[in-house]
Design a protein. Structure first.
Length: 584
């Protein structure tokens, strides 16, 4: 079955010809086969994705007398009238130009009349979100109790403007953007049908410019055909549509990766002289870097995610082979910032040049364990390193892509201290709660407090469990400390600075709740004696105990990091400073 050409647009004539909307066509076909037709349908989705065409196909299916396997014949008078919009039983209403209440009242009055032939009378309301509030209210009653012979099909690109009272009375179908691959296949069929020669890369440029809209792609194709005189070339397509040639974007990315500053300057000059828009170029460059990262991280599924040809995907995979994923992300971040600078600058060429040159000179991220340190002995270099967090040089001077042996320390110029950060998660034994945002000095020592008291440990666990059950009760106990735990009495200290809590914790209701929690969690009932912290100076509250554990764990981790031979050598060579990554 061929497409129907209307206003130089190729429109599908059956559900099987819908492009990229299989979920919609399959649902509607099943509804037809099982005689479960909804009386109100709402098609939502971006422009040019086939909403109106689907509505006409659905109407043709209901009206066609020569239906075969629930596909309209497309040649009978009913099908032709529906497709051309001349059928008196399929009424198309433009919501944008007929958005008043009077227009909807006329529609509401006409629904009571039976169709002149056939079983159904269909109303297609396009751009339904343009109706006024009063028009929606007038339509609401008809949607609540439509006549059995009437079916409403509404289409919109802005579903958030449709009232919920209307949405709740419709079956909603979400149309998706058509992928570039599907658009290219459709354009190829159109060109072959019309005996038009074409280059595949030219159709890909049209598909990317269409941005998921099948209708837009056909309009662009018609424009290019007129410009190229039935022989579509990629170069002429770029010129006709005012696009950025992808080859320039790829060349710029290759120059950045290879650090070819001369090529970058030449490319920017050619780009500006050709009249290309720097803003559009940077946006295309961002997209290309994103595609390169996907090819780097997961090449197996890149074909299903990236709307590019197989050749282009292979090219991106090869380019990203010399970079790490962190390098690509760094380049992306720089390009993203540069895109804003290009828009705001009065000299786009200058900003674009500096952006690309800065990207080409950006440091490559190197794992410090892969750097050969001169002070390491052969025995140290050859033996396995103990387990430790991996570190990377950040905000330091640019590291070469290939590791090189640095000069002796005595021959090096004094330079600012680079930062070495631990970027691996802590081991379970090193986990901390509420890590401090301050730097940990190298010679820190823990406060001399008896934190190993079993009573205090039990009290911390108890308050933590109560917090999950009743945060209000736990909040009043969080700054208290358990001094002693006798056979039937718990002695609890309240800090002097929170003396106001004393009356609250002695309240009968509070004591009853606390007694229930303690007896439930510890399996035994206790009496409670509240006192001042001055009676025991070294007592610790749950919050203090948590902080003490956190500081102790950080000190232990710091000692392990400092004891690692690689870190020792790095400190001697680079004069580094160790900071906790959680402090950043």
């Amino acid at each position: 079955m061929s497409y129907e050409v209307i206003a130089r647009k190729w429109r599908p004539k059956s559900f099987s010809q819908l492009i990229g909307q299989n979920h919609v066509s399959q649902t509607l076909l099943n509804a037809l086969k099982n005689d479960r037709l909804p009386q109100a349908l709402l098609f939502n989705g971006p422009r040019g994705t086939g909403k109106t065409s689907t509505a006409r196909i659905f109407a043709s299916t209901l009206r066609c007398p020569n239906l075969q396997d629930f596909s309209p014949c497309g040649v009978c008078s009913e099908c032709e009238e529906v497709i051309t919009g001349k059928s008196i039983n399929v009424v198309e209403v433009d919501g944008a130009s007929n958005n008043g209440v009077d227009s909807v009242r006329e529609l509401r009055d006409s629904v009571s009349y039976m169709p002149s032939s056939g079983k159904y009378k269909i109303y297609i309301i396009d751009e339904v979100h343009m109706l006024s509030t009063s028009a929606f209210n007038a339509l609401l009653k008809t949607l609540e109790e439509p006549p059995a012979h009437v079916i409403f099909i509404m289409a919109t690109t802005e579903i958030h403007k449709v009232p919920n009272t209307i949405l709740s009375r419709c079956q909603k179908f979400d149309f998706r953007r058509v992928s570039s691959q599907e658009i290219v296949k459709s354009l190829e069929k159109i060109c072959k049908h019309d005996n038009i020669n074409f280059e595949a890369e030219a159709l890909w440029s049209i598909a990317r410019q269409a941005d998921g809209s099948m209708r837009d792609s056909q309009s662009l194709l018609d424009q290019v055909i007129s410009f190229c005189d039935n022989n579509i070339k990629h170069k002429e397509t770029i010129e006709a549509l005012g696009l950025t040639d992808r080859k320039w974007v790829v060349s710029a990315l290759q120059a950045v990766i290879s650090r070819n500053h001369k090529e970058i300057l030449s490319l920017v000059k050619t780009l500006i002289l050709s009249g290309q828009d720097p803003n559009l170029f940077v946006k295309d460059l961002l997209q290309e870097i994103r595609n390169a990262l996907i090819c780097k991280l997961n090449p197996e599924i890149a074909h299903s995610i990236i709307d590019l040809s197989d050749t282009a995907i292979e090219e991106l995979t090869e380019m990203g082979a010399s970079l790490s994923s962190e390098d690509i992300q760094l380049i992306f971040d720089m390009t993203l910032k540069g895109a804003r600078d290009v828009v705001a600058s009065s000299s786009a060429q200058l900003v674009l040049e500096m952006l690309l040159l800065r990207m080409a000179s950006a440091p490559r991220i190197v794992d410090i364990e892969q750097v050969r340190l001169p002070a390491m002995t052969s025995s140290t270099a050859n033996r396995p390193s103990p387990a430790m967090p991996s570190v990377s040089a950040d905000n330091a001077q640019a590291a070469p892509s290939t590791a090189q042996t640095p000069a002796p320390v005595s021959q090096q110029k004094q330079a600012p201290k680079p930062t070495i950060t631990a970027n691996e998660p802590l081991q379970p034994s090193q986990a901390t709660t509420g890590a401090s945002k301050a730097h940990v000095p190298a010679n820190n020592s823990a406060p001399i407090i008896n934190s190993n008291s079993p009573a205090q440990e039990q009290w911390l666990d108890l308050v933590t469990q109560i917090k999950n059950l009743n945060p209000i009760v736990a909040a009043k106990l969080e700054h208290s400390s358990l001094i002693s735990k006798d056979n039937d009495t718990l002695t609890i200290a309240i800090p002097a600075k929170m003396k106001f809590l004393t009356e609250q914790v002695k309240d009968k209701d509070f004591l009853k709740k606390l007694e229930n929690y303690v007896s439930t969690l510890w399996g035994k009932s206790y009496n409670f004696h509240f006192t001042d912290t001055s009676e025991k100076k070294n007592s610790m509250s749950p919050s203090q105990l948590k902080q003490h554990k956190s500081n102790t764990a950080k000190l232990e981790l710091r000692k392990k990091v400092e004891a690692h031979p690689v870190i020792k050598q790095a400190h001697e060579v680079f004069k580094t400073e160790i900071i906790d990554i959680r402090d950043l």
